[in-house]
Design a protein around this ligand. Structure first.
Ligand code: PMP
Length: 362
């Protein structure tokens, strides 16, 4: 019989696949604009593409230890390879850390409007999910600290946060981590790290020297444009990495993902191009929202939340026009839609369709 935790769960709802919508509304899949899952509209580095095409030994298992990728990442991040744990997406790390530390009756602390996977993993193992109310749509670290007790095993900070795009400065994160009791592990989820250039925004890996019970998670799914291949990583103390690697399935990162990620790390120029394109796309959307008189949440990620009184209806009308964005009812923000920044043409299509929908009031 399924565990009580599994029975209590509702499956994670990803954005609708473009091919499915195309079938439903009778369009070619290529005509669909999907701005729903915070992917990189430029795609991966051409070097990463080439690395996948050149992959020959499909009959061989991948390197179970991910030696080359860990070596490449360690050099890039200026950490030791032994501090790294590779994941099938950074989602894998969130699962590992929960399985290691959280037992039935324990609790985890998250912020309102945070990534749903934290709670999903904890619920699955029979733990309580304590959600601190957000402040101005961002994490209220004091409210989170107030929920920590002797049964708290994990606290999750998302910097910047998805879906709200808010971010926390180094001093506030340091102060929060410094007051956590010894029995708590903090996870700093930096899935959108590469996009941020705000003064005072910390590189979580630089906090590890002072906070050994910290796990920093990052991904190749966003700025590196490799969401399809599923590869992410954790950076932590070697002791914590050793534990994480104990529960990690040995071949969790496939050979194509490893080869592509190695090439992608070595092409930082592509990351910079992606970040610059994101900045222009963000401005394109903000200008449109201002022209349409719509409120939005300023975001440092590759996505933006816009406020609409009838967000659900607008979302449905956009879908009918072949535009997929993300309704945020499941994140406690029913009056918001989250739009991932696309190419200039994708953004324009979204803006045109949104303008049409708002004009027609349907
Ligand atoms: N953390 C955050 C905040 C995210 O938004 C996502 C993806 N939407 C992830 C983690 C997981 O990403 P992945 O497993 O693709 O690395």
């Amino acid at each position: 019989m399924a565990s009580p935790g599994a029975q209590a769960l509702h499956p994670y709802q990803p954005g609708k696949p473009a091919s499915e919508l195309a079938r439903e509304i009778g369009l070619e899949p290529g005509a669909i604009v999907k701005l729903a899952s915070n992917e990189n509209p430029l795609g991966p580095s051409p070097l990463a593409q080439a690395a996948v095409h050149e992959l020959l030994a499909l009959s061989r298992y991948p390197d179970g230890a991910g030696f080359e990728l860990r070596q490449t990442l360690a050099e890039h991040l200026q950490v030791e390879p032994a501090q790294l744990t590779l994941g099938n997406g950074s989602s894998d790390l969130l699962d590992f850390v929960t399985r290691i530390f959280v037992q039935p009756g324990d609790n985890i602390v998250v912020s309102e409007h945070a990534f749903s996977l934290y709670g999903l993993n904890a619920t699955a193992v029979g733990a309580e999910v304590r959600e601190a109310p957000a402040k101005d749509f961002g994490h209220d670290l004091a409210a989170m600290a107030a929920l920590v007790d002797e049964r708290t095993r994990l606290v999750f900070i998302t910097n910047p946060n998805n879906p709200t795009g808010t971010w926390l400065a180094e001093d506030s994160i340091r102060a929060f981590l410094a007051q956590l009791p010894e029995h708590v592990i903090a996870i700093l989820d930096e899935a959108y790290f590469e996009y941020v250039d705000q003064d005072g925004y910390p590189d979580g890996t630089r906090l590890l020297a002072d906070f050994p019970r910290l796990l920093v998670t990052r991904t190749f799914s966003k700025a590196y444009g490799l969401a399809a291949l599923r590869v992410g990583y954790g950076v932590s103390s070697t002791e914590l990495a050793e534990l994480l690697n104990r529960v990690r399935p040995p071949f969790n990162v496939n050979a194509a993902a490893q080869a592509a990620a190695v090439a992608a790390v070595k092409d930082q120029a592509h990351v910079q191009r992606s970040v610059s394109a994101n900045r222009l796309g963000m401005k394109q959307l903000i200008d449109a929202f201002e022209q349409l008189g719509l409120d939005y949440l300023p975001s440092v990620g590759n996505f933006l939340c816009v406020r609409l009184d009838n967000a659900k209806t607008v979302n449905a009308a956009l879908l009918q026009r072949g535009v997929i964005v993300r309704a945020l009812g499941g994140y406690g923000m029913p009056e918001y839609l989250r739009i991932s920044i696309g190419t200039e043409a994708e953004n324009k299509r979204f803006i045109d369709m949104l303008t049409e929908v708002l004009a027609q009031g349907d």
